[in-house]
Structure formats: structure tokens, C-alpha cells
Design a binder for this molecule. Structure first.
Ligand code: ISE
Length: 335
């Protein structure tokens, strides 16, 4: 079968890097078209990868020469493009979050169910990361007993000036909100957010760091540190304390150097470095499953729960209260 012809809506940082990986490294699919609200940016990326430029995302999505769509535009525009993709009955890969609002993600779920065909995958790439997969295998083997507590950290060296206090949860912690329910096979029942002393490296519109305290259905307690202006590098931690033992998320190997009377190991600069293999695997599998007419990865329901849970955590931060998170029954369509 011929290559899946892919159109990309949003030619910013992650959009460009997905185009590069698909066209230079992956197989069975090719990005053939691009659009961006910044037309000049779309033209620049198009000339680099020899793509057709569309002036607006909806036209690209509806074009009959496009089989499937990747949405990497800015978060508030995800919903409108996913809905356009559903209308055109195309396979859609939408970067996280599925929508910046739970109500938007819910509309996507309802539209997809009404259309009768599963078409949407959400870019929660950690589920494709080798170290998370190993962690899940160890927990599922049962040899460590039941998980009781998780100690997690999501640390970035820095974030752009437009990054706000809300985004620490809705753009950053949303990864853990997705991957931990996948890891534990459980939903969250409550959340609380603590605000430690403010980091002077964070700009005025960002309270950094933040601590999320989550509780799951069976009573597992999770503490998650979000520290996005740490000035030293990208650092992701998950320690799971079980009845008979403890397991830590493996850190991908980097060279251990002895030099000039010092020992050192490099820390990744950002997520693009730390999760590059996961992004490759995620998109390769998306191309293969789209060609086979399936959605195998995190779907709209997962995307909706991540956005909804993030919104509830934001509410917990604003109110200072412990917020209850009701467990919604998964629609049959997604089972
Ligand atoms: C960014 O949008 C991501 O998705 C990264 O994975 C995350 O680490 C970062 O904090 C977010 O801002």
C-alpha cells in the first residue's frame, strides 16, 4: 500500500520536528502539506521539506489528497481542527492537550461517538517511552505487590515568557495525569495543590514550583513536583513504592564521563531530547494503525480525562481545597 499522505496543521517547534522525523526517519507515511496561522512560517517549513502550503487548516484537512492529519497548532485551536478532521472522516493525531478546556475535549468525544468511527489519537508520547513501558511491565508482573505511593517530578530548565501558573498543570502536569492512570490502571478520586516558596527564576505570571497531591480509586497516593524554571535541565522522575519493593523509572543512559578531575553525566536540555525515541515510536505506530484503519494509542476519551483532570487540579490550586474527582464510566465506544 502507498504512503499515508499526511497534512500538518501548525508548523511551530513540535510541528516542524514531527515533519522532520516522518519525512527523514519513519516509513509508510509522508508529510505532503502544511498550514500555519503564520503563513511565512508555513512557507519556510514547506520549502525545507518540499510541501504544499495551505492558507488555512480547514482547507488542508478537507483536501482529497490528504489521508490523515497531524495537529500541532497552539492548544486553544486544537478543538476546531480535530472537529474539522472528524467531519472529513480522516485519521487525526492531535498533540496534547486534546483541548485546553474539558468542555472542548468532551465535544470531540461526543462528535466522534456520533460519527460512529474512532479516528483520534492524542500525543501523550510517554506511553511509548521505553522506560515507562518497562516500569509498567514490572508493576503488572505483580512481583512487587500492590503500589501504595508514587513520588514523581516533572522538571524543566526553563519555559517561555507566555507560560503561566495555569500551564504548569494544564500543559505540563497533564503528561503525568495521563501516564500515571495508564501505568496504574486506575482513575483519580481527589487532588490538592500546594504552592511552595516562589522560585525567583520564574517570571511574574508563573508560580513555580507547584506540588500536586493525587489519590486514586484504590487509595494510592501520588505526590508530583512541577518545577519548570530549575535552571539545570529536563528531569523526569517516577518512584513507585509497592508492598514488597520499590521501582524507579529508568533514566535513559547517557555517557558517564571522567575528565579534568571530575565525573559527569549529561542531563537532557528538554523533552525533545529526553523523549525523542518515544515520539518516533508514537508517530510510526500512528502511521501504521491509521493505514490499517485503527486507533491504537491514547484516544479522545484519554485526552478528555487528561484535560478534565487538569482543570480540576487548577481548581484545587485556586481554591486551596482538596477537590473530589468523580470517576466517569468509559463509554462503550472506547472499550
Ligand atoms: C511541553 O508542552 C511538553 O509537552 C513537555 O513534554 C513538557 O515537559 C513541558 O513542560 C511542556 O511545556
Amino acid at each position: 500500500m502507498s504512503n499515508l499522505r499526511i497534512g500538518v496543521v501548525g508548523a511551530g517547534m513540535i510541528g516542524r520536528s514531527h515533519i522532520e522525523r516522518i519525512n527523514n526517519r519513519l516509513h509508510s507515511g509522508a508529510v505532503v502539506a502544511v498550514s500555519d496561522v503564520n503563513l511565512e512560517n508555513a512557507k519556510l517549513v514547506a520549502s525545507e521539506f518540499n510541501l504544499k502550503v495551505f492558507e488555512n487548516g480547514e482547507d488542508l484537512i478537507a483536501d482529497s489528497n490528504i489521508d490523515a492529519v497531524i495537529i500541532t497548532s497552539w492548544d486553544p485551536s486544537h478543538e476546531q481542527y480535530v472537529l474539522a478532521g472528524l467531519k472529513a472522516k480522516k485519521y487525526i493525531f492531535c498533540e496534547k492537550p486534546l483541548s485546553d478546556k474539558a468542555v472542548g475535549a468532551k465535544r470531540i468525544v461526543e462528535t466522534e461517538i456520533a460519527g460512529g468511527e474512532k479516528l483520534v489519537q492524542v500525543g501523550y508520547m510517554r506511553r511509548y517511552d521505553k522506560s515507562y513501558i518497562q516500569l509498567k511491565e514490572i508493576l503488572s508482573s505483580g512481583k512487587l505487590g500492590e503500589p501504595l505511593m508514587l513520588h514523581c517530578a516533572h522538571r524543566n530548565a526553563n519555559v517561555p515568557d507566555m507560560y503561566t501558573t495555569e500551564m504548569a498543570i494544564e500543559n505540563t502536569a497533564v503528561h503525568e495525569l495521563d501516564v500515571l492512570r495508564w501505568l496504574l490502571n486506575e482513575e483519580y478520586v481527589s487532588a490538592q495543590v500546594l504552592l511552595p516558596k516562589k522560585n525567583r527564576n520564574a517570571h511574574a505570571k508563573l508560580h513555580d514550583p507547584q506540588i500536586l497531591l493525587l489519590e486514586t480509586e484504590s487509595g494510592i497516593r501520588i505526590d508530583l513536583e512541577i518545577f519548570v524554571a530549575n535552571n539545570f535541565g529536563y528531569d523526569i522522575k517516577t518512584e513507585v513504592c509497592c508492598e514488597n519493593g520499590i521501582v524507579n523509572l529508568p533514566t535513559p543512559a547517557t555517557p558517564y564521563i571522567k575528565f579534568d578531575y571530575n565525573e559527569s553525566v549529561a542531563i537532557p536540555a528538554d523533552w525533545k531530547v529526553r523523549f525523542t525515541d518515544a515520539y518516533d515510536k508514537e508517530l510510526q505506530e500512528w502511521i501504521i494503525s491509521s493505514k490499517a484503519g485503527r486507533v491504537d494509542g491514547p484516544n479522545s476519551w484519554d485526552g478528555y480525562l487528561a484535560s478534565k483532570n487538569a482543570e480540576l487540579c487548577s481548581l484545587a490550586r485556586e481554591s486551596g481545597e482538596i477537590v473530589k474527582m468523580s470517576v466517569e464510566a468509559k463509554p462503550l465506544f472506547y472499550k
